[in-house]
Design a protein. Structure first.
Length: 981
C-alpha cells in the first residue's frame, strides 16, 4: 500500500510547508564502485442447510460508522502515504508516556543483552505468530455478498473448504462487526450455542460436539454486516458526477491490515493463503470489479449477479470489491489485460496511468524473472474512502488524485506522483502479493521493498525527475513529492523510534507498523545494500527469492539468504544491525598526525540523552575528489583510510546513497568547502542534509549550515534549493513571535531570490524538467517569507486566472492559490471557496481547499475550520482541514481549541486508527514545553492505549522544537547580525 500519511503525521524537524509544497581490529573488505548509488483447487459449491441457526434474521442495531481521516494532498506514502488501519478502543485509561517508555526499555534490553544479533529464521507456517490455531487451514472460499445500499448493510454466505491437519474440537477464525446468522459443517447444522464471539480479540469460535478428524471438511456460514462510511471493510463513497454534478454513490473495500474480517468471516492472517471466489449482487447499471475477471453475469430481481473467477492462493487482506457507475479504458501487455477504471466520464483521465502501467509491467516482468501471474491488472480510481493506494492483487485501488491526470489542468508534480505510486503498488504484485510477509513484524518486506522498487523504476524511465536525489530532502509529511530518506532519518534519531523489524502481537500493533521507519528506512537500507552488492547481483538475489517463495510467505531471513547466495557475502550479518535494532550511525572523520584518516562510528541521536550505544556493519562509500569512488565495509567501531592525499578533499557517502551521517573534522570540512564546485549535486545535497542534522543534534552551530549554503555555486538544482527551502521554512515557523523574525526573513529571501530571478515566473524553452517544480516551491517559500513582490505577483496571476484559467500554468496553481489564500480578505476567501464547491475535479478541489487552510485572518480561520463539520468534502478530506489550519495558518492554538470543542463530530468522520493520532497531530507544530504537558494530560483522560506511540512522538517533537528554538535564537542573531540586510 502506498501511504499518504496526512497532516497529522509527526515528522521530527519537519518544515511546516504551505499546502502544495575498521583499522587493525576489524576485518576489511574493499570493493571498487563505479558509482555511489549506488492450481487452483476445486471450488466449493455446496448449499447451505435450510435449518442453519439464527433463522437468517437481520442483525440487531449496528454501531455507528466512524468515518475516516486523511490529509489533503498527501497521496504519497510510502511518505505520503497514510495507511488505512484500524485499532480497537479500550475503555480503561492509560498513561501514554509511561507505556511508551516501558516499551522502549524492553526493546533496548533485548537489544543490549542478546549475545549476537542475527537475522530471524526462514518462514515456517507453524512457527509464524498469530492468534489463529494452525491445525485448521482454509484452502478455498466461495463467498456471495448482497449489499443493501439504502440501509448501509449487507448479507452474505460463504462455503470454506478446510484442511484439518490434526484432530480438533473447535474452529477458530476472525470476524468483527458481523452477525453470524447460520452455520453448518459438512452439511450438519451447528446449534446457536456452538458459537462464541470474542469481540476484543475479533475471534469467533465454533465448538464441535465431536472430534473433527484430519481431512478436508466444508464450513458453511451465513452472516450480515454494515457498509461503513469510512475506508475499512466494505464502505461507500458519495461523490459529484463529472459533468452533471449529480450526487452519486459507489462501493469499495479496504482490508489491510486486518479488515477482511469485516466483510466475511475468515482466517484473516497473512500466512493463511487460500483461493477466493467472490459473487456479488449489484444494480444492473453498475460495473463490479474484483481481483479476477468476471466468470459469469446474470440478471436477477433488483439487479444482476456477478461471479468472479477464483484467485490463486493469496492472503485475505488482498481481496478487493469495487462497484458503481464506472467507466474504463483498457489495453494489453502480452497476455495481461490492463485497465484504468474510474467514475463516469473520468476514465479517459487515466490514459497516462494506463500507458505508465504498460511500461512498468514489462519492466517488472523482466526484473523479477516471473511474469505477472493474473490475467488482468486493474487500476481503480476511488473518489473517497481513503487517501492513498492499496495493492489488492489484480485490482489496485487509488484515491482519485493519485491516478487520474488531466493534461490541461494537472501539474507536473501530480504526473510524477502518479507514476511513482503506480510503480510502488505494482511492485507489490510480486513483493507482497505473489510473495507475502509471514506476519506483520515483516511488513517492511512489503512496504520498504515496494518503496525502493517504485523509486528505482521511476528513476529508470524518468531520469529527468531526479527521483533518488529528491529522496534526500527533509520533506514535510503532507507534501506530495515522495518518500524522503531524510524524513525517516530524522525520526530514527529520536527516542521514539523502533527497529525496521519489530515484534507485532496484536491487530492494533499491526496497524501502527505502517510508518516512516517501515517505508522509508526500509527503502533507504535496500538502496544502500544494492549499492554495496551491485545492481545485477542484487537483482539475481531478488529473482531467487521470488522463485523460491511464490504463492507462499516469507521472512526477512529468506530474502537475506537469497541475496547471500547470489552475492557470496554474509548479507544477513550485515543487515541485522540495520533491521533489528533502532537508529543509525554517524561516521566521524578525523585526520591523524600520521596522515591517516581515522573513521569512528557511533549512534546518531537528536533530543535523546543517554541513548544506548549501538554498532553497525557499514557499507561505506568514499571518494577523493577527482578519483573513482570506493567501498569499505566497516566491521567495528573504528577503521582507517590510508593513502589519502593531505591536500585533497575526502567525501564519504558518495551520492548520499548510504543510510548514515558523516561528521568531518575542521581540516576535512575546509577542504570540502573549497571543493564544492567539483562535487555533483547529489553530494552537495548530502552535505547540506548532514550539516543541518548536525545542527539539530547540537553537534554543530547553525553557522556551519549557512556557511555551506553561502559557498554553494549558483544553480537551479531543485534538490539543492529545496533542501534549503525546507530548512528556511522550518526556522521561519519556529520564530513566530520572535522580534528577530523579520531580519531572518530578509536573510532567507536573499538566499532564495537569485534562484527565482533566474527561473522567472514563466517557463522557458528547453528548461529542465524539474524547473516547474522548483519555480512553484520558490513562489510558495518566498510568499511565506513575506516577500512583497511575490505576494503581489500571486494576487495578479490569481485575478487573471479567474478571467482565464488557462493563463496560469497548472504547476503554479497550488503555490499561487496558497499565497493568495494566506493573505486573503473575506472576498478572496469566499471566491476560493466558491471555486472549490463548484469543481468536480479532486485535484482542483484539493488546491482550493488547501488555500483556504492557509488563511491567517482569525475570522477566516474560523470559517475554514467550520468546513470540517460539513459534507462539502469526502470524509477522507474534511477532517484534514483542521491539522492543515494548524500547520499553515499560524493559528495552531485556534485549530486545537476548535478540535477539542468538536472532537466527537470530527472523530465520527475519522477511521479508528487515525483517531488515535488525530489529536496529537494538532500539537505537532507547537514549540512550547507547556503544550507537551497539555497533550499528555489530554491523552491520559481522552485517548485509548493504542495512541501511546503517537502521543510519545508528538511530545518528543514539541520538546525538541522548544529546546532547538532557544538554542537557535542566539546563534541566528549572531550570524544574521554580520549580514548587511
Amino acid at each position: 500500500m502506498f501511504s499518504a500519511k496526512g497532516a497529522f503525521s509527526s515528522q521530527p524537524g519537519a518544515s511546516p510547508q504551505k499546502c502544495g509544497r575498521p583499522s587493525n581490529q576489524a576485518l576489511k573488505a574493499r570493493f571498487n564502485s563505479a558509482d555511489g548509488m549506488i492450481d487452483m483447487a476445486p471450488r466449493v459449491n455446496r448449499a447451505f442447510s435450510a435449518h442453519a441457526f439464527g433463522g437468517g434474521a437481520n442483525p440487531g442495531a449496528l454501531p455507528q460508522a466512524r468515518g475516516e481521516y486523511c490529509a489533503c494532498g498527501a497521496t504519497h506514502v510510502e511518505q505520503r502515504s497514510r495507511r488505512l488501519r484500524r485499532s480497537n478502543f479500550r475503555k480503561r485509561c492509560f498513561n501514554p508516556e509511561i507505556r511508551a517508555r516501558l516499551l522502549l526499555l524492553v526493546g533496548l534490553f533485548l537489544i543490549m543483552f542478546r549475545p549476537g544479533m542475527t537475522a530471524e529464521n526462514p518462514f515456517s507456517f507453524k512457527d509464524t505468530p498469530g492468534k489463529l490455531p494452525k491445525e485448521v487451514v482454509p484452502t478455498d472460499y466461495s463467498i456471495r455478498i448482497i449489499p443493501n445500499i439504502d440501509a448501509f448493510t449487507f448479507t452474505g454466505t460463504e462455503m470454506v473448504k478446510l484442511n484439518v491437519r490434526s484432530p480438533v474440537h473447535q474452529l477458530v477464525l476472525n470476524a468483527v462487526e458481523l452477525e453470524i446468522t447460520e452455520a453448518s459443517l459438512d452439511g450438519q447444522v451447528l446449534p446457536k450455542s456452538a458459537l462464541n464471539i470474542d469481540k476484543e480479540k475479533e475471534l469467533i469460535t465454533l465448538a464441535l460436539t465431536s472430534e473433527l478428524s484430519p481431512r478436508d471438511h466444508t464450513l458453511a456460514l451465513g452472516f450480515s454486516g454494515k457498509i461503513n462510511q469510512q475506508g475499512q471493510g466494505l464502505f461507500c463513497m458519495r461523490y459529484q458526477e463529472q459533468g452533471s454534478g449529480a450526487q452519486k454513490i459507489m462501493l469499495g473495500t479496504q482490508f489491510e491490515a486486518t479488515d477482511a474480517r469485516r466483510f466475511f468471516p475468515c482466517w484473516d492472517e497473512p500466512a493463511f493463503r487460500a483461493h477466493f471466489q467472490l459473487t456479488v449482487v449489484v444494480p444492473e447499471n453498475w460495473l463490479a470489479v474484483s481481483n479476477m475477471p468476471v466468470d459469469s453475469e446474470k440478471k436477477i430481481d433488483g439487479g444482476k449477479e456477478v461471479r468472479f473467477s477464483a484467485t490463486p492462493p493469496m492472503s485475505s487482506y488482498l481481496n478487493v470489491f469495487v462497484a458503481g457507475e464506472l467507466d474504463l479504458i483498457q489495453s494489453r501487455v502480452g497476455p495481461t489485460q490492463i485497465r484504468v477504471i474510474a467514475t463516469k466520464d473520468k476514465a479517459e483521465l487515466g490514459r497516462y496511468a494506463l500507458e505508465a502501467t504498460a511500461q512498468i509491467l514489462q519492466y517488472y516482468n523482466d526484473y523479477f524473472g516471473v511474469q505477472y501471474p493474473l490475467p488482468k491488472l486493474d487500476q481503480i480510481a476511488l473518489p473517497g474512502g481513503f487517501g492513498g493506494a492499496m495493492e489488492n492483487w489484480g485490482g489496485i485501488t487509488y484515491y482519485e488524485s493519485g491516478l487520474l491526470f488531466d493534461p490541461k489542468n494537472s501539474s507536473v508534480e501530480t504526473k510524477q506522483n502518479i507514476y511513482e505510486v503506480l510503480a510502488h503498488e505494482m511492485a507489490h504484485q510480486w513483493f507482497g502479493d505473489l510473495v507475502t510477509m509471514a506476519w506483520w513484524d515483516n511488513l517492511w518486506l512489503n512496504e520498504g521493498f515496494a518503496s525502493w522498487m517504485g523509486s528505482k523504476c521511476t528513476a529508470r524511465f524518468n531520469p529527468q525527475w531526479e527521483v533518488w536525489l529528491r529522496r534526500n530532502l527533509p520533506r514535510d509529511p503532507t507534501r506530495r513529492v515522495g518518500i524522503a530518506k531524510e524524513q525517516a532519518m530524522e525520526g530514527d534519531a529520536r527516542s521514539t523510534t523502533h527497529p525496521i523489524h519489530q515484534p507485532i502481537a496484536t491487530e492494533a500493533e499491526a496497524n501502527s507498523a505502517f510508518d516512516d521507519i517501515t517505508y522509508k528506512k526500509g527503502q533507504s537500507f535496500l538502496r544502500m545494500l544494492e549499492s554495496f552488492l551491485g545492481e545485477d547481483v542484487f537483482r539475481d538475489g531478488v529473482r531467487r527469492y521470488i522463485a523460491a517463495h511464490k504463492y507462499s510467505n516469507s521472512t526477512t531471513a529468506d530474502l537475506w539468504n537469497a541475496l547471500s547466495e547470489a552475492s557470496k557475502k554474509p548479507v544477513g550479518e550485515i543487515a541485522a544491525g540495520w533491521t533489528e535494532q533502532p537508529g543509525f550511525p554517524v561516521v566521524k572523520v578525523k585526520l591523524e598526525a600520521d596522515g591517516k584518516i581515522r573513521l569512528t562510528q557511533e549512534r546518531f541521536t537528536a533530543n535523546f540523552k543517554n541513548a544506548p550505544p549501538l554498532q553497525w556493519k557499514i557499507p561505506l562509500t568514499y571518494s577523493v575528489i577527482g578519483q573513482a569512488p570506493a567501498t569499505l565495509l566497516i566491521m567495528s567501531k573504528t577503521d582507517t583510510l590510508e593513502n589519502i592525499p593531505a591536500d585533497r578533499a575526502l567525501k564519504l557517502n558518495v551520492r548520499g546513497a548510504g543510510n548514515y551521517r558523516t561528521e568531518y573534522d575542521e581540516p576535512s570540512w575546509i577542504l570540502l568547502l573549497q571543493a564544492l564546485p567539483k562535487l555533483g549535486v547529489e553530494d552537495r545535497v548530502n552535505l547540506l542534509s548532514d550539516a543541518w542534522a548536525l545542527v539539530q543534534a547540537d553537534r554543530a552551530p547553525v553557522s556551519l549550515y549557512f556557511e555551506l549554503v553561502e559557498k554553494l555555486p549558483a544553480s537551479t538544482e531543485i534538490a539543492e534549493r529545496e533542501q534549503i527551502i525546507n530548512v528556511l521554512d522550518f526556522i521561519n515557523g519556529l520564530l513566530v513571535g520572535n522580534p528577530e523574525r523579520g531580519k531572518f526573513q530578509r536573510y532567507a529571501r536573499s538566499l532564495l531570490r537569485p534562484t527565482f530571478d533566474t527561473l522567472g515566473w514563466e517557463p522557458k524553452a528547453h528548461e529542465p524538467a524539474t524547473a516547474a517544480n522548483l519555480r512553484a516551491s520558490l513562489v510558495n517559500a518566498l510568499g511565506d517569507l513575506n516577500h512583497p513582490e511575490i505576494i503581489a505577483g500571486c494576487r495578479e496571476r490569481f485575478a487573471k486566472y479567474l478571467a482565464n484559467p488557462a493563463s496560469l500554468a497548472p504547476d503554479l496553481r497550488p503555490a499561487v492559490f496558497a499565497i493568495v489564500g494566506g493573505y486573503a480578505d473575506e472576498k478572496t476567501w469566499t471566491k476560493l471557496h466558491e471555486l472549490g464547491l463548484k469543481t468536480t475535479s479532486i485535484e482542483e478541489k484539493q488546491n482550493y481547499y488547501n488555500a483556504l487552510a492557509c488563511a491567517t485572518d482569525p475570522k477566516l480561520v474560523a470559517k475554514t475550520l467550520a468546513i470540517a463539520l460539513t459534507d462539502e468534502l469526502p470524509t477522507s478530506r474534511a477532517t484534514s482541514l483542521v491539522p492543515k489550519v494548524a500547520r499553515d495558518s499560524g493559528h495552531s492554538e485556534v485549530a486545537w481549541e476548535f478540535a477539542k470543542a468538536n472532537m466527537r463530530a470530527l472523530l465520527a468522520k475519522t477511521d479508528a486508527a487515525d483517531s488515535n493520532r488525530y489529536a496529537p497531530s494538532l500539537f505537532t507544530f507547537f514549540s512550547d514545553d507547556s503544550r507537551a504537558d497539555e497533550l499528555k494530560t489530554y491523552a491520559k483522560n481522552n485517548l485509548p492505549p493504542e495512541s501511546a506511540p503517537e502521543v510519545a512522538k508528538t511530545v518528543d517533537e514539541i520538546q525538541f522544537r522548544a529546546e532547538f528554538k532557544k538554542r537557535l535564537a542566539s546563534q541566528l542573531s549572531t550570524w544574521i547580525g554580520q549580514k548587511d540586510l
